[in-house]
Design a protein around this ligand. Structure first.
Ligand code: TRP
Length: 463
C-alpha cells in the first residue's frame, strides 16, 4: 500500500476486509483484558453492561467509522478534513492519533509477555508448578527491569516490519488462516476448563449477574472496553474503511466483526473463570489473570505442552494483527498529513511508541512508586486511552455521522454494497444522534467523577 492519493490499495476480497477488521478487533483486548477486567469488576453484571454497550454503541459506531473511511478514502485526520472541510472536526483525528500512540505503548508490553510465555512453554517451565509458584514467576518477570523490555522490543520490531511490507500482503495474508485457528484452540481450552472440578463456580461468576457489585468505575470500564475491544473511537476503522471497496456491504461487515469479537471474548472468559475457581486464583487478580490461570489449565490437559506453545504463539499473532492496525493509524497520519516518507514515518512512530512502552513496563517494577491519580503509569495510560480518549472520540464520531453527515448520505454510502432497510436506518440514526452520545457523556462524567463533583458543587452553592 502506498500513501499516495492516486491509488490507494484496496482489500482484494470481502473476506479480506472482514479478516483484517476482525484481526484488528480480536487481540489482547479479548483474551487478556476482557477476563482481567471482568474479574476485577465482579463478573456477570459487568459482562451484561459490556454487551449492552457493544450493541447500542459499539456496533453503530463501527458502521459509522467504516462509512467515514470508505467515503473519504483518507486516514483518520484527513477523513474529517475532506468530509467537513475547514471545521474543527478534523481534531477528532488528532485525538485518535494520540490514543493510538498511548494504546500501542502498553499493548506492546503485554504482547511482549505473550512472547515470553511462548518461551516458558517451549522450555516446559511450569511443569509440576503450584498455582502459587506460577503466580510468583509471573510477578517476578513483569517487575524485573530488563527482561520484559527485550520481549516488548521484539514485538514492536515485528509490528513495524509488517507495516513496512504493506496492507494487503502484510495484514490479509496472516489473519485469514490464523484467527480461525485461534478460535479452535480457545474452544479446546473451553472444553478442558468447564470439565475441571469446581468449574461451575466460574461459570456462575461469569454468567449470573449480581448488579449490586457494579460500580460506576465498572460501568465506565465496560464502556471503555467496548471501544477498546472493537478497535473503535480513534480512527482504526476509518483507516481500514478507506481501503474497502465500494461493493462491500458495510453493514454486514460491521455486524460480523462485532459478533466475532464478542464471541471470542466470551469464549475466552469461559476458558478462564472455571479454571480461576478450580485453582483458587483470585478473579480480581489483575493484569496477570490469564498468565497465571492458563499454565495451570495446560498442565491438566493431555497434550498441554503443545497446546500451550500454540496458544501463546496464536495470542502473539492476534496481538500483532491488532498492533499493526494501531500503528497504521499513526503511520497513515504521519505520511499523508505530515508528508513524511512512509518508511521514515514507520521507523519514527515505532521508536517513539516503544520508548513510551518502556516507561509503562518499568512502572510495574522499578518505577512502581510513581503513582498518578492513584494509578501506576501502565494503568494510567490504559485508563486515559480506553476509558477517556476512545469514548470521547466515539462520541464525536457518532455526532458527526448523526448530525453533520446525515441520514441521506449514510443511506447512499451504505447502499453501494448493501442496504440498511428503512427501520434499521431509523434505529441506526437514533442511536448515533442521541443514544450513543448521551450514554457516553453520562457514563463518562459519572465515571471520572465529574458529575459527582458538579452535584456536590451545586448542592453546596444552592443550599
Ligand atoms: N481491539 C484490539 C484488541 O482487542 C486492540 C486495538 C486495535 C484497538 N486497534 C485499536 C483498541 C483501536 C482501540 C482502538 O486487542
Amino acid at each position: 500500500m502506498s500513501g499516495s492519493r492516486k491509488s490507494r490499495a484496496l482489500f482484494t476480497s470481502r473476506f479480506g476486509v472482514i479478516a483484517a477488521a476482525a484481526g484488528s478487533a480480536i487481540g489482547l483486548g479479548n483474551i487478556w483484558k476482557f477476563p482481567y477486567i471482568t474479574g476485577v469488576y465482579g463478573g456477570a453484571a459487568f459482562l451484561f453492561v459490556y454487551l449492552a454497550f457493544i450493541l447500542a454503541i459499539g456496533l453503530p459506531i463501527m458502521l459509522s467509522e467504516l462509512i467515514i473511511g470508505r467515503k473519504s478514502r483518507k486516514n483518520a485526520f484527513g477523513a474529517f478534513k475532506k468530509l467537513a472541510p475547514g471545521t474543527p472536526w478534523r481534531f477528532i483525528g488528532s485525538f485518535g492519533v494520540g490514543a493510538a500512540f498511548i494504546i500501542l505503548s502498553f499493548y506492546g508490553v503485554v504482547a511482549g509477555w505473550s512472547i515470553r510465555y511462548i518461551v516458558f512453554s517451549l522450555t516446559n517451565h511450569f511443569h509440576n508448578s503450584s498455582p502459587e509458584a506460577i503466580s510468583s514467576t509471573f510477578n517476578a518477570f513483569i517487575t524485573s527491569p530488563g527482561e520484559p523490555l527485550v520481549y516488548q522490543i521484539i514485538f514492536m520490531l515485528m509490528t513495524g516490519a509488517i507495516i513496512m511490507i504493506g496492507v494487503q500482503k502484510g495484514i490479509e495474508r496472516y489473519s485469514k488462516i490464523l484467527m480461525p485457528l485461534l478460535l479452535t484452540l480457545i474452544l479446546i481450552l473451553d472444553i478442558r476448563a468447564v470439565t475441571l472440578h469446581g468449574a461451575y463456580d466460574g461459570l456462575r461468576f461469569l454468567f449470573k449477574p449480581d448488579f449490586s457489585k457494579l460500580t460506576y468505575e465498572g460501568i465506565l470500564s465496560a464502556l471503555g472496553h467496548a471501544f477498546f475491544s472493537l478497535s473503535l473511537g480513534m480512527g482504526t476503522l476509518i483507516t481500514y474503511g478507506s481501503y474497502v471497496r465500494k461493493e462491500n456491504n458495510l453493514v454486514q461487515t460491521a455486524i460480523q466483526v462485532t459478533a466475532a469479537d464478542t464471541i471470542i471474548a466470551i469464549l475466552a472468559g469461559i476458558a478462564i473463570f472455571p479454571a480461576v475457581f478450580a485453582f483458587n486464583i483470585e478473579p480480581g487478580e489483575g493484569v496477570g489473570l490469564i498468565f497465571i490461570t492458563l499454565p495451570n489449565v495446560f498442565m491438566q490437559m493431555p497434550g498441554g505442552y503443545i497446546f500451550s506453545i500454540m496458544f501463546f504463539v496464536l495470542l502473539t499473532i492476534a496481538a500483532l494483527t491488532s498492533a499493526i492496525s494501531i500503528l497504521e493509524v499513526v503511520v497513515a497520519y504521519f505520511s499523508e498529513e505530515l508528508k513524511m516518507k512512509r518508511n521514515v514515518a514507520t521507523v519514527f512512530a515505532t521508536i517513539l511508541i516503544t520508548l513510551l512502552g518502556i516507561i509503562c513496563s518499568l512502572s510495574l517494577g522499578i518505577f512502581s512508586d510513581v503513582i498518578v491519580f492513584n494509578r501506576n503509569i501502565f494503568d494510567l495510560l490504559d485508563h486515559i486511552s480506553a476509558n477517556i480518549l476512545l469514548p470521547l472520540g466515539g462520541m464525536f464520531i457518532a455526532l458527526f455521522i448523526g448530525w453533520i453527515y446525515g441520514r441521506y448520505k449514510v443511506l447512499r454510502e451504505v447502499a453501494h454494497g448493501g442496504k440498511l432497510k428503512g427501520q434499521f436506518l431509523k434505529i441506526f440514526m437514533v442511536l448515533v444522534k442521541f443514544i450513543a452520545p448521551i450514554a457516553i457523556f453520562i457514563v463518562f462524567l459519572k465515571g471520572i467523577k465529574v458529575l459527582d463533583f458538579l452535584v456536590t458543587f451545586i448542592k453546596t452553592v444552592i443550599f
